[in-house]
Design a protein around this ligand. Structure first.
Ligand code: ATP
Length: 317
């Protein structure tokens, strides 16, 4: 989206009524152009914009904008916060920055992603202002071979914060956050480096504060749990907890997180099915995780360890 469209949106987002004439003046364009831009905004971002006859335009649900300075103020030392209005994918941006030598600790948040990604090339969809989508660059001295369990550590860190805020969030192996049985947040970890190290990791997080609409599977939002925290406060809290957990993981490995992950496990001892990208599905009881973060699955042929790789987990009902 071009800058003037964002300018219209920011002007409207205080919830007040703005006359078309005034908007045209402020934005340096014709009234017809203001009208076209507002229509495009409403269509493209699924915003509810009211036309008040004889008075102007009003955004029916004001936007809680991200503010880099506010997030930075609450972020831990070593984390550098950037906010962009639009990115194709913040993970792609941060991967490129990592390849160009960016230091550990870059956090990039986007108001809107045009090609937000999940695992296996799946899409992450989020309504404007209704969620948090960000990516954090973290460098480790060890190789990627020693980072198994990292995605679970990230899940634990996010879950701690959300439970502290009063949302009874649980973890679905390997790295989704659920509210009840619906998906509240997804984590996409992309690695660069070799087996011996050092490695650079891009941790992508998508989290719903408000209902995300039709995203291909049942989705939940923090507001349903009565949590109405500002996006800036929440982003700073998540970055703070993530930095602490990543530091501990770098020093001590996955062991200190195993019991806590298990504590937050949504489907402990429940029947599940592991669906690989290719090959046959495997059903069993989810016994929790082992010391490496692999899923312990009790199948009809005994206990099996399932590694995160290219599998998705579904509950058997
Ligand atoms: P799954 O959640 O199906 O086990 P996954 O863990 O691989 O798969 P992610 O990479 O976390 O999935 O996220 C992509 C998937 O999440 C999409 O295929 C879609 O079903 C779902 N999704 C997309 N946007 C949202 C959203 N805002 N809230 C909840 N779920 C979403």
């Amino acid at each position: 989206m071009k800058a003037p469209v964002w300018a219209v949106l920011r002007r409207l987002s205080d919830g007040g009524v703005h006359s078309g004439e005034r908007l045209a003046e402020e934005l340096g364009c014709s009234r017809a152009s203001v009208n076209a831009r507002i229509q495009a905004l409403a269509d493209g971002y699924q915003l509810r914009i009211d036309r008040v006859r004889g008075q102007g335009y009003r955004l029916l649900s004001p936007i809680d904008w991200l503010d880099a300075a506010a997030i930075q103020a609450g972020a831990p030392a070593g984390v550098r916060v950037e906010v962009v209005e639009e990115a194709a994918s913040t993970n792609s941006d941060v991967l490129a920055r990592a390849a160009a030598g960016e230091a550990s600790g870059l956090a990039r948040l986007a108001e809107s992603q045009t090609a937000g990604r999940g695992r296996f090339g799946r899409r992450w969809l989020a309504p404007l202002g209704g969620g948090l989508t960000f990516s954090l660059l973290w460098r480790f001295e060890c190789g990627v071979g020693q980072l198994s369990g990292l995605s679970l550590v990230v899940g634990v860190a996010l879950t701690r914060v959300l439970n502290r805020l009063g949302a009874p969030v649980r973890l679905k192996w390997p790295n989704d956050l659920l509210l009840g049985e619906r998906k509240l947040a997804g984590i996409l970890i992309e690695l660069a480096g070799d087996a011996l190290g050092p490695s650079a990791v891009v941790i992508g997080v998508g989290l719903n504060l408000l209902p995300a609409g039709d995203v291909g599977q049942p989705a939940a939002a923090l507001r349903e749990a009565g949590v109405t925290v500002s996006r800036n406060v929440l982003a700073a809290a998540l970055l703070t907890e993530l930095a602490a957990a990543l530091g501990q993981f770098a020093d001590e490995g996955f062991a200190p997180f195993q019991a806590e992950w298990q504590h937050w496990h949504a489907w402990q001892d429940e029947p599940v099915v592991v669906e690989p990208m290719q090959g046959e599905a495997l059903a069993g009881l989810a016994l929790g995780i082992d010391a490496q973060g692999a899923l312990r699955l009790l199948t009809s042929e005994g206990e099996r360890s399932v590694h995160a790789g290219e599998v998705s987990l579904r509950r058997l009902v």
